[in-house]
Design a protein around this ligand. Structure first.
Ligand SMILES: CCCCCCCC(=O)SCCNC(=O)CCNC(=O)[C@H](O)C(C)(C)COP(=O)(O)OP(=O)(O)OC[C@H]1O[C@@H](n2cnc3c(N)ncnc32)[C@H](O)[C@@H]1OP(=O)(O)O
Length: 167
């Protein structure tokens, strides 16, 4: 399992965004995952994590999973979240994202994901459609992507996709 780069300004994974969740995503055999310890600063109602935070975690995790498959960073076109159970503060959960293997076009990628705790309880599920950026639009993204373990180190498309890098 390999740590994915972090986007310095991102609300979810950015080191330089004090409002964020300070999360590192990991490439897994099936897709992408991250650990999240439900924090009181992310409350909606007292003691329960805000649905917007849950949505943002799933958006980014599934977004990474489809981006790895697409060979380009993607933007979210559509995201549907099903909130199955309230997520209590202080719960340690794993967020998992996957790209639909039944890919029919290179223009639009479908992805899905969920949030579960150590006992396997699922709190929320997501599915969405994601669109790869153009090569031009992707360039500024790489100005802010930094290696997870070396924040001073820049990242190139080849660092993420290797030989699968889309031209
Ligand atoms: C990798 C790190 C993780 C990152 C996670 C964070 C991701 C984000 O949150 S990104 C921020 C939020 N998203 C955005 O800012 C994207 C804003 N939207 C856009 O840029 C554009 O609307 C975009 C790219 C989605 C589609 O634009 P465009 O390519 O011009 O679409 P368009 O030509 O109108 O439509 C193409 C096809 O896609 C479909 N489509 C277009 N937009 C959408 C949409 N939002 N949802 C579903 N389908 C859509 C259309 O139906 C159309 O299909 P068809 O040709 O069969 O009619």
């Amino acid at each position: 399992m390999e740590k994915l780069p972090r986007y310095s300004e991102c609300f979810i994974c950015g080191r330089d965004n004090p409002a964020g969740t300070d999360i590192t995503f990991i490439r897994t055999e099936e897709g992408v995952a991250c650990e999240y310890l439900a924090a009181p600063k992310h409350n909606g109602y007292r003691g329960i994590i805000h649905g917007g935070i849950i949505s943002a975690l799933l958006d980014e995790c599934v977004g990474w999973a489809v981006s790895l498959r697409a060979g380009r960073m993607c933007v979210t076109g559509e995201l549907t979240i099903r909130f199955r159970k309230s997520l209590p503060v202080s719960t340690k959960v794993t967020v998992k994202g996957f790209c639909d293997p039944e890919q029919k076009t290179r223009r639009l990628f479908r992805g899905y994901g969920h949030i579960e705790d150590e006992a396997g309880t699922v709190y929320a599920k997501a599915e969405g459609r994601f669109f790869p950026m153009s090569e031009e639009a992707q360039k500024p993204v790489f100005e802010c992507l930094k290696m997870a373990d070396a924040p001073e180190k820049a990242v190139t498309p080849a660092d993420i996709w290797g030989e699968d890098c889309r031209k």
